[in-house]
Ligand binder design. Structure first.
Ligand SMILES: Nc1ncnc2c1ncn2[C@@H]1O[C@H](COP(=O)(O)OP(=O)(O)OP(=O)(O)O)[C@@H](O)[C@H]1O
Ligand SMILES: N[C@@H](CCO)C(=O)O
Length: 320
């Protein structure tokens, strides 16, 4: 089998009120280089993955095994090198990118028995919610549900000129810790507030109604509970629009904060404001602009089989 690479993007989930159901794809990538060999070997590379296990508890390895289990077969052995640009445990879907990349790689090794819907379902069940794995797989903005009947989704093409600015603090916040602070139950008023705003946000994104984003992104399901874990979050949610943001939200479980911006406009003012919030709260981190990724997960065959990881090897982007 020709060596191949799988590249899966980062993602930002929730977008405010779309808790566990809405997310978009961010062009920072987790890349797997897969070469057939006699034993399975997973090799995490680079500073970001230092300390990541290389056994079956590794997210990528586990995901490859899940693909095989879904079709009731043994995983064909391979060497899998893992590299990532996605900062871990920052709210940018590093675990989802690893899971989706691993399931897609396992599926390739198995001869592609799973279609996209099955890949999504395996990933969403493993992650427990589809809002990172769906945009990681399909790119763009995705609305998705997960229940006992399966995983259902609609992919939206991002509105023209919609860009994101992310403030990525230097500290980690695991999703499990950020979920542990959430209430177990909510009032009917909170439920109505959440579902009406999530519905408005999905409709606004699908109709390019950027004027509605700020209002539609209000949330009382998770952000207020997580605010004590993310210094400066409350200020940003309240004030970012005064500095050029079209709307703001905690990215996934945090601590990254996402702002939407109009890509035709200069984001210097927004960057200065976000850096100021970091300084005021004694944080370090980075502020960056991204377009919304639309490619999702991509598999490429390495044409030059003799040197699969050489930078010059030509890669033909193939399919997801
Ligand atoms: N490329 C990778 N290879 C192996 N394990 C990974 C990789 N990327 C992430 N992980 C695992 O995922 C964990 C982080 O997952 P977690 O759900 O806490 O955060 P996140 O996915 O980055 O953020 P969020 O879910 O809020 O967007 C890491 O500590 C690591 O165990
Ligand atoms: N919807 C998830 C995303 C992070 O994995 C959460 O907010 O906990």
């Amino acid at each position: 089998m020709t060596p191949f690479t799988v590249r899966a993007p980062a993602s930002s989930a929730n977008l405010g009120p779309g808790f566990d159901s809405l997310g978009l794809s961010v062009p920072l990538f987790t890349t797997l280089r897969v070469t057939k060999q006699d034993v399975t070997e997973v090799v995490p590379l680079g500073a970001e993955l230092e300390g990541t296990p290389a056994d079956e508890s590794n997210y990528v390895y586990r995901a490859m095994l899940l693909a095989a289990r879904r079709v009731g077969r043994e995983l064909p052995p391979a060497r899998v090198e893992i590299e990532t640009e996605v900062p871990l445990a920052r709210g940018l879907g590093s675990s989802a990118a690893a899971l989706v990349a691993g399931i897609v790689a396992g599926n390739e090794l198995l001869g592609r028995p799973l279609d996209d819907e099955a890949v999504l379902d395996v990933a969403a069940r493993e992650e427990g919610h589809p809002d990172n794995v769906a945009p990681a797989l399909f790119g763009g903005i995705v609305v998705a549900t997960l229940d006992r009947l399966g995983t259902h989704y609609v992919r939206l093409e991002p509105p023209a000129h919609l860009g994101v600015t992310v403030l990525i603090p230097d500290f980690e916040l695991s999703t499990s810790k950020a979920r542990a602070v959430l209430p177990k139950e909510y009032s009917r008023a909170d439920a109505v507030h959440a579902l009406s705003h999530a519905a408005l946000l999905a409709a606004a994104l699908s109709q390019e109604r950027l004027d509605l984003l700020r209002h539609a992104m209000q949330d009382y399901i998770h952000q207020i509970w997580r605010a004590p874990l993310v210094p400066g979050l409350s200020d940003i949610l309240e004030e970012a629009h005064r500095h050029g943001a079209l709307g703001a939200a905690l990215s996934g479980a945090g601590p990254t904060v996402l702002c939407f911006h109009d890509a035709r406009e200069d984001t210097g003012r927004l960057h200065a404001y976000l850096r100021g919030v970091m300084r005021k709260n004694g944080l370090t981190g980075r502020v960056e602009d991204f377009p919304i990724d639309t490619g999702g997960t991509v598999v490429s065959r390495v044409q030059d089989a003799a040197s699969p990881s050489s930078p010059g090897a030509s890669r033909a982007p193939e399919r997801r």
